[in-house]
Design a protein around this ligand. Structure first.
Ligand code: ARG
Length: 463
């Protein structure tokens, strides 16, 4: 546990107000003997940029969001060392990321000194409370990113708050860098739901480069997967998709290398025969795949598998982060490519032209709020209320054809379709729609546009 007096006595760097919040100061807090205290300096030493950032003396038990990877393993040791023997409780959240071995993760956590290591299977909650609203909002940020990471972070942070409280932790630690969106999503959530908790973000503050981090890991018996030469891709995934960043992806002129695709089959290697898949919805909820009723988690996982087999859902996207940077992401989102495509088509079928035009604007706003880390913003729940109202009609089935990377809608059925085959047909339909009424409509419909056209012609001397 840190001694408050000791912690208040930051190294000389803190005499410069601008560097007061710098991590370097914290790093040395417990190793450098305290110089005599100037009482006025205490506030500088304790100064942090945001009220929720932990000063060393605030930290005695930490809830660490732990993946079992290099960064969070180094963090586990680093927190114990840098915060004067603070205890660390780890939390690992299962959101359906494929291939995870959770007993290995908790084994590592204990081995590296965690006093407790928890794993939560949050797939149901993730699917129902986060992915489902995103489906009803047709959520695609920047036109191609179905927000799987942005949807996962507020849930992970909410669970971190619950487990921090349950475990008597004063601080939450996460492994986000200072350049990404994820720090915003996690910290905004914690600060909203638990103003009493503090936050530390070691990667943002420890100022270790990759080589130093690997050196630190070696010194502390933390295995470094795949050797130390090339930095791996930065991966994040869950049942709604997978993203890769880093390495050559940062070179915008570099076309994707095949080894980045670990989820979706390359379209050129996908089966030569197309496959039909039918997604059925009830009031906006996907309930069946190819006629088989499934729980939401299983449905999304199965849609992901069939999509991956046919090479669908590869997105190479240039993205505007909230923290100012542009970044390129390679996304593999086979489940979203199928379910969102089907949902959007069915919604279009059961809604009027006015609803369809209006909703696209709300969908865009919804995706932006969630991307930007404002899951708990009331506008998001206001928008959800509208989405639910529309969803009440979204019942029916959409058939899709998957073939070598493409998803194409081929069939549509719904009891709520705002569609009448007899009316739409070229044959004479009579009744509700009279073709002889059309000329009168056209004359009035085009009136203002015709007047404006004529005026302009006259003004330009042509008329
Ligand atoms: N660009 C996406 C986003 O901001 C994906 C981020 C992936 N996160 C990661 N830690 N690799 O949501």
């Amino acid at each position: 546990m840190s001694d408050p007096a000791d912690a208040a006595d930051k190294p000389a760097a803190n005499t410069e107000p601008l560097s007061g919040a710098d991590s370097g100061a914290h790093t040395e807090a417990h190793t450098i003997p305290a110089p005599p205290i100037d009482p006025d300096r205490r506030t500088i030493a304790r100064a942090t940029t945001a009220s929720y950032e932990a000063a060393p003396e605030d930290v005695s038990r930490v809830l660490l969001l732990y993946s079992g990877g290099l960064d969070t393993s180094v963090m586990l040791k680093w927190i114990q060392e840098e915060y004067g023997g603070a205890e660390v409780v780890t939390l690992t959240v299962n959101l359906g990321q494929p291939g995870e071995e959770y007993d290995v993760v908790t084994g590592k956590a204990r081995q590296f000194g965690a006093v407790a290591a928890h794993v939560i299977d949050a797939r149901e909650q993730f699917a129902h409370d986060f992915v489902l609203p995103a489906i009803n909002a047709n959520a695609l940020y920047g036109g191609g990113y179905p927000l799987f990471t942005a949807l996962g972070r507020p849930l992970i942070a909410k669970l971190a708050v619950e487990w921090a409280r349950r475990s008597g932790c004063d601080t939450i630690a996460h492994g986000c860098t200072g350049k990404g969106n994820d720090q915003v999503r996690i910290e905004a959530t914690v600060a909203t739901l638990a103003p009493e908790l503090k936050i530390i973000a070691p990667v943002r503050s420890w100022a270790m480069g990759r080589d130093q981090e690997i050196e630190y890991a070696r010194m502390h018996g933390i295995p470094v997967r795949g050797g130390s030469e090339a930095a791996p891709y930065s991966i994040d995934d869950n049942l709604w998709g997978r993203s890769s960043e880093g390495r050559w992806i940062e070179d915008l002129a570099h076309a994707p290398e095949d080894d980045v695709f670990q989820l979706v089959t390359l379209p050129e290697d996908a089966p030569d025969d197309p496959e039909m898949v039918t997604v059925e919805f009830e009031a906006g909820v996907p309930v069946a795949l190819d006629g088989e009723r499934l729980g939401l988690v299983e449905l999304l996982e199965r849609a992901g598998k069939v999509g991956a087999r046919h090479g669908v859902g590869i997105v190479d996207q240039l993205e505007d982060r909230i923290v100012g940077l542009k970044v390129r992401d390679i996304y593999e989102v086979p489940a979203a490519a199928i379910v969102l495509t089907a949902h959007q088509e069915l919604e279009r079928l059961v809604s009027t032209i006015h609803q369809n035009q209006f909703k696209a604007q709300l969908d865009r706003q919804w995706a932006y709020l969630v991307y930007a880390g404002l899951w708990w913003e009331p506008l998001r729940s206001d928008l959800d209320a509208y989405m639910r109202s529309v969803a009440a009609q979204v019942t029916g089935a959409i058939g899709l054809k998957l073939y070598k990377g493409s998803v194409r809608v081929v069939t549509r059925t719904s009891p709520h379709a705002v569609y009448d085959q007899a009316l739409a047909s070229f044959a004479e339909s009579g009744g509700l729609f009279s073709q002889t009424a059309s000329p009168g409509f056209i004359e009035l419909w085009s009136l203002q546009s015709r007047m404006a056209w004529r005026l302009r012609e006259r003004e330009s001397g042509r008329g």
